[in-house]
Ligand binder design. Structure first.
Ligand code: LRH
Ligand code: MN
Ligand code: MN
Length: 394
């Protein structure tokens, strides 16, 4: 196959889900830099996501956070369905929120108070129902649960409470649904986090049932951790459910995918495509973005993320896997490594542009976005409301 054919086949397979929260104003622990064009309502988040989808052709769905997007819970389902129809973007993974309410100060399903655990479980079950009503497959779980000081919480008891809750949420799933269990080593808890790494997430997913999988957020690892090995192991265990894409320099920085270490993203993609090549079919994974930009323009940053993912995905598809297998068996180290570095060094931008043109998409989505005037329009429409509390902005 030619590079063009390899690229086209690879890109046809890659759908990337956008996060509703990535279009809203967010900040740091120290404050917010508000953007005039940020989305506030769910309507605006759908509209912005639709822009990214129209320009990249790769983002047919929008992940939703229940508390932020469906404050009325299951009662908001009809409103979401109307927006799906209006904007041509599907609702994506449903994210329960068990980290903002005051009652979760000492945890949600890991809270020592059984009443709080019951409330958390009720929210999780409602999230499964919301997803089912929307025809959404994945319920994506992230827990802020943990503690800040040694001795203050009973780690094993909390593990059991987690296992019990996830098992009960799993029982609520319909056969087509999945639970994704996300891990994170620290923040907001700084001594122990109940689901701190992929091993803990895997144990809980396995205990919960056959429809529970691990979600790898690329920012949720210690520096230097070999994420692609985690991916390879989870693939082999058939428990990898999907990704939250972002990049980081230090911790959970939520930077644009590939902005700091594109080779790492490439290596992750390589492991996925290697498994696909060996199995004869691609693993069924959810590729989701989890980024909140407060300095870059939000829509532009999403376009950049998607384009970067496409370029790196094609690089991974260019790895000569037959040659790699031969070199690995012979322990021909340099030639084996070069299978990766040669593919990584290939300029895939023209291949992605050609694929876009063949699909009637703009070859340069950055330019197309700037020319569209969309940003000026929403800045005008949303600016007064978004910036009512500040006097100057960039
Ligand atoms: C936690 C996290 C999780 C949340 C999102 C807003 O750091 O990665 O996925 O749902 O950020
Ligand atoms: Mn995440
Ligand atoms: Mn995160």
């Amino acid at each position: 196959m030619s590079h063009e054919e390899i690229a086209a086949a690879a890109l046809d397979q890659l759908a990337i889900e956008l996060p509703s929260w990535g279009f809203a104003n967010t900040g740091t622990r120290f404050g917010k830099f508000l953007q005039a064009a940020a989305a506030t309502t769910l309507e605006e988040k759908f509209a912005d996501a639709a822009q990214v989808h129209q320009l990249t052709g790769a983002c047919p769905s929008l992940a939703l956070h229940v508390l932020w997007d469906l404050p009325g819970g299951i009662g908001d389902v009809a409103r979401v369905q109307a927006l799906e129809r209006q904007h041509g973007v599907r609702a994506g993974a449903i994210n329960p929120n068990l980290f903002q309410d005051q009652r979760y100060k000492h945890g949600s399903v890991g809270n020592p108070d059984p009443a709080v655990r019951a409330e958390a479980l009720a929210h999780l079950r409602e999230s499964v129902d919301i997803a089912r009503e929307l025809g959404v497959r994945d319920v994506s779980l992230w827990f802020a649960d943990g503690s800040n000081y040694p001795g203050t919480q009973h780690i094993r008891k909390r593990k059991h409470w987690f296992a019990e809750a996830l098992g009960m949420v799993h029982e609520r799933l319909s056969p087509a649904q999945r639970l994704l269990v996300e891990y994170k080593p620290f923040e907001p808890a700084f001594y122990h986090t109940d689901i701190a790494d992929w091993g803990m997430a895997l144990v809980l997913a396995r205990d919960a049932g056959a429809q529970a999988f691990v979600l790898v957020d690329t920012g949720h690892h210690y520096l230097g951790q070999n994420i692609e090995q985690i991916v390879a192991w989870l693939l082999d265990e058939e428990r990898l459910g999907g990704f939250h894409f972002n990049d980081r320099k230090y911790a959970d920085d939520d930077l644009t995918l590939g902005s700091i270490d594109p080779y790492q993203v490439f290596r992750i993609f390589h492991e996925i495509q290697q498994a696909a090549w060996e199995q004869g079919h691609p693993p069924d994974l959810a590729y989701m973005v989890d980024q909140s930009h407060n300095l870059k323009g939000k829509i532009e940053a999403m376009i950049q993320t998607v384009r970067t993912a496409q370029e790196l995905w094609v690089k991974a598809a260019l790895v000569d896997r037959a040659a790699l297998a031969v070199h690995q068996s012979a322990c021909d180290l340099v030639q084996a490594e070069r299978c990766l570095t040669e593919a990584f060094a290939t300029d895939t931008r023209p291949l992605v542009r050609a694929w876009a043109e063949a699909h009637g998409l703009p070859p340069d989505p950055y330019a197309a976005f700037r020319e569209s005037g969309y940003l000026e329009t929403i800045t005008r429409e949303r600016g007064a409301r978004n910036l009512s509390s500040v006097t100057s902005y960039a």
